[in-house]
Design a protein around this ligand. Structure first.
Ligand SMILES: [Zn+2]
Length: 260
């Protein structure tokens, strides 16, 4: 798959998961967002890993209105219940400014201790309940924890859910598809047989674009950026053997259904 072309074949696309508040974008975010627009990506759901990220994302949304859609969460390896509660308080206070709750979820790759896992689950449950209470979409991380995350989401009645960079098998995704949850595909799909299989098996009606910038790019050791959401789109079209225009239309509709 070639690099993103300079002419916008697409428009109105959303990168549904990127870490714009990461320090690696501090110097050139305006150019990064201009390149995204050229590639047809004119909105970015800006997720956060900490309370400080959440505040930064609100500032970025003020600086780039309509482009940066701010989110707030607590990364699942950050096992800090008081901080989770402060993030939740901020979301409640600023409900109308936030587009989503995230990045939140479960990570059984880095966290292995039973007591830590119980706390991780408690924190995720707090954010799921907040999503239901405030009717805000959840932007979910589930590394090595796909079915654990899906089970907890369903148990607690989560309705608006995006599973980002899902690393489980397609068979594990079934209950999430049934529940109306969405799956966002990062550009690393071009080098991941697991994600390619997932794209082939999942219905187009549950797919979204994401980049997880600055990581999960088409090339492993290069800074990823939101323009590469167009790489995900092209990969989905190739893997499903359908026209790029059709994929573009579908992911725009899906994004509208979850975030609209
Ligand atoms: Zn992320």
């Amino acid at each position: 798959m070639g690099p993103v072309s300079g002419t916008a074949e697409h428009s109105g696309l959303t990168d549904c998961h990127a870490h714009l508040c990461d320090g690696v974008f501090a110097a050139d975010l305006a150019e990064v967002l201009a390149r995204a627009r050229e590639a047809g990506v004119d909105a970015v759901v800006a997720v956060g890993e900490t309370l400080a990220d959440a505040e930064r994302n609100l500032e970025l949304a003020d600086a780039y209105p309509g482009v940066v859609q701010p989110a707030a969460g607590l990364y699942p390896t950050r096992l800090d219940l008081p901080e989770a509660q402060r993030v939740a308080d901020l979301i409640r206070r600023e409900r109308s400014r936030f587009a989503a709750i995230g990045e939140v979820g479960l990570d059984r790759w880095k966290v292995r201790d039973e007591r830590d896992l119980a706390l991780q689950r408690e924190i995720f449950a707090l954010f799921i309940d907040l999503s239901v209470e405030l009717d805000l979409p959840l932007n979910v991380h589930s590394r090595s924890a796909g079915h654990h995350a899906i089970d907890l989401l369903r148990e607690r009645g989560a309705k608006r859910v995006q599973l980002h960079a899902f690393d489980g098998r397609a068979a594990r995704a079934g209950p999430a598809v049934e529940a109306g949850y969405f799956f966002s595909m990062p550009p690393s799909v071009v080098r991941s047989p697991q994600k390619q299989k997932l794209v082939r098996r999942l219905p187009l009606s549950c797919l979204l674009l994401e980049t997880d910038s600055p990581v999960l790019g088409p090339e492993r050791d290069r800074r990823n950026e939101p323009a590469n959401a167009a790489v995900s789109l092209r990969a989905i079209a190739e893997l499903k053997a359908i026209a790029e225009e059709e994929v573009g239309r579908a992911v725009r509709e899906n994004t509208e259904r979850l975030y609209g």
